[in-house]
Ligand binder design. Structure first.
Ligand SMILES: O=C(O)[C@H]1O[C@H](OP(=O)(O)OP(=O)(O)OC[C@H]2O[C@@H](n3ccc(=O)[nH]c3=O)[C@H](O)[C@@H]2O)[C@H](O)[C@@H](O)[C@@H]1O
Length: 412
């Protein structure tokens, strides 16, 4: 009797395994912080391919065809705009993760789309999509600005840094080395790789063996991974160490943005102090200067080796500091914000949390000056003036108020 039930039980068992598996996969997908929500639903369809090609068309004045990752992010948005405006063809990629309000990322992407730049909603780990893109378009360059940013958040969500900055970067490099032609790659590193170094200003030749945060460690990992792909596959790789980049359309998790918001809303701000009440200083660098450095890196990058390396020397492996060369204590930077906002900040001086900040950043940019013609020209006073003007327009004027809804967002 019981024996008669066994085949039936087998079927039930099989079906429930499938059911449980499906639930697990669906759950995993919905809990994945970086799950792309397709804004270009007909991926791989003819219309999609046509749109990709249109976005990548080189116009008069342009030379390159660039894949810009992190295009809906702060630096990626500005770099994409600058490339498009000078005639280069490009496609943007972004996973629109919700580390900070997605409304801001969508607003940046919408502006890009208006200017003819398609921004695809996808993650760097989406190998199928990358493969399809590289098959469809002969990219001359890849500008990798996609990353899980933020120094302090890494204490709370280490795995999202591993997912985007480490796994995502390797996935991208794999596709670059498989592509035909192989593009030259420029990627974002960070001043944080200098970590606990005490010798200032920071030079590219300095050792970077003591990262103070997991974020910094992933950026250092990017540089190391880049080295191996340069060495083994002959990919052209250029790393850019950005120094606290700020400006219009910036990141609400960063101090200049969150402080502005709090000052305007009459809320207190916390100014971190190091041991012994020492002020932290940052080499705040204005976005327009950084964009020039990014474009010059693309323009001066040698081609990747095409075909198997077969003992041919790889193109130069390059790393540049893109800073302002003038560190400013955080409280002085708050005073400048107060002037532009014509409001007083409620300042709370607090001990710096043990979440990975370093006392000072200060860039030596001689190498970038020599090889890229990089010259930071924007004083902090002027740069913050531009930022405050933008902030007032989008968050305080009747015309634009509400177009970028930051809700109750508070950075870590
Ligand atoms: O240049 C870099 O390498 C890094 O610059 C910034 O990191 P950070 O310099 O920490 O930028 P903010 O978060 O804007 O902080 C600026 C300064 O304000 C301080 N701060 C921040 C937040 C706060 O509530 N209070 C405060 O005093 C920080 O300690 C820091 O000295 C970016 O967030 C990183 O993604 C980037 O890689």
């Amino acid at each position: 009797m019981a024996g008669g039930h066994y085949p039936f039980r087998g079927v039930v068992c099989f079906l429930s395994t499938i059911f449980v598996f499906t639930i697990v996969v669906l759950n995993w997908q919905s809990s994945s912080p970086n799950l792309p929500e397709a804004n270009h639903p007909v991926i791989y369809g003819k219309a999609w391919e046509k749109a990709v090609k249109k976005s990548c068309k080189v116009r008069p004045g342009g030379r390159h065809v660039v894949l810009v990752t992190g295009a809906a992010g702060f630096v990626g948005f500005h770099v994409s705009q600058a490339l498009k405006r000078r005639g280069d063809g490009l496609i943007g990629l972004d996973n629109f993760n919700d580390y900070y309000p997605v409304t801001l990322k969508r607003a940046r992407a919408a502006l890009l789309e208006k200017e003819g730049v398609m921004v695809i909603n996808a993650d760097l780990n989406d190998r199928k999509l990358l493969e399809a893109l590289f098959k469809l378009v002969k990219f001359t360059h890849v500008m990798n600005l996609a990353a899980q940013a933020g120094v302090r958040y890494a204490v709370h969500k280490p795995m999202t840094y591993v997912h985007s900055n480490v796994a995502g970067f390797v996935s991208l490099l794999e596709e670059c080395k498989n592509a035909n032609p192989k593009p030259a790659v420029v990627y974002a590193s960070s001043s944080s790789v200098y970590g606990l170094n005490t010798k200032v200003p920071f030079s590219e030749e300095d050792a970077t063996d003591h990262p103070a945060s997991l974020y910094a460690a992933t950026k250092k990992a990017n540089e190391m991974l880049a080295h191996t792909y340069n060495h083994i596959w002959g990919l052209s790789l250029t790393g850019l160490r950005f120094f606290t980049v700020y400006g219009p359309w910036g990141r609400p998790d960063m101090a200049y943005f969150s402080f502005t918001r709090n000052i305007v809303e009459n809320k207190p701000i916390s100014i971190f102090q190091g041991p012994g009440g020492v002020e932290l200083s940052r080499d705040f660098t204005y976005i327009d200067d950084v964009v020039k450095g990014c474009l010059a890196s693309i323009d001066t990058a040698e081609q990747s080796l095409q075909g198997p390396p077969r003992g041919n020397p790889p193109p130069p492996f390059r790393i540049f500091n893109l800073g302002n060369t003038n560190p400013v204590p955080v409280s002085e930077f708050v005073s400048i914000l107060e002037k532009h906002l014509k409001m007083k900040a409620i300042r709370n001086y607090v001990d710096m949390p043990a979440t990975g900040d370093v006392p000072i950043t200060h860039a030596n940019v001689s190498r970038a000056r020599d090889e890229l013609g990089y010259e930071p020209v924007t004083e902090l006073y002027t740069g913050l003036k531009h930022f405050v003007k933008w902030y007032k327009k989008f968050f305080l004027t009747e015309e634009f108020k509400g177009t970028i809804d930051l809700g109750n967002y508070k950075p870590f």
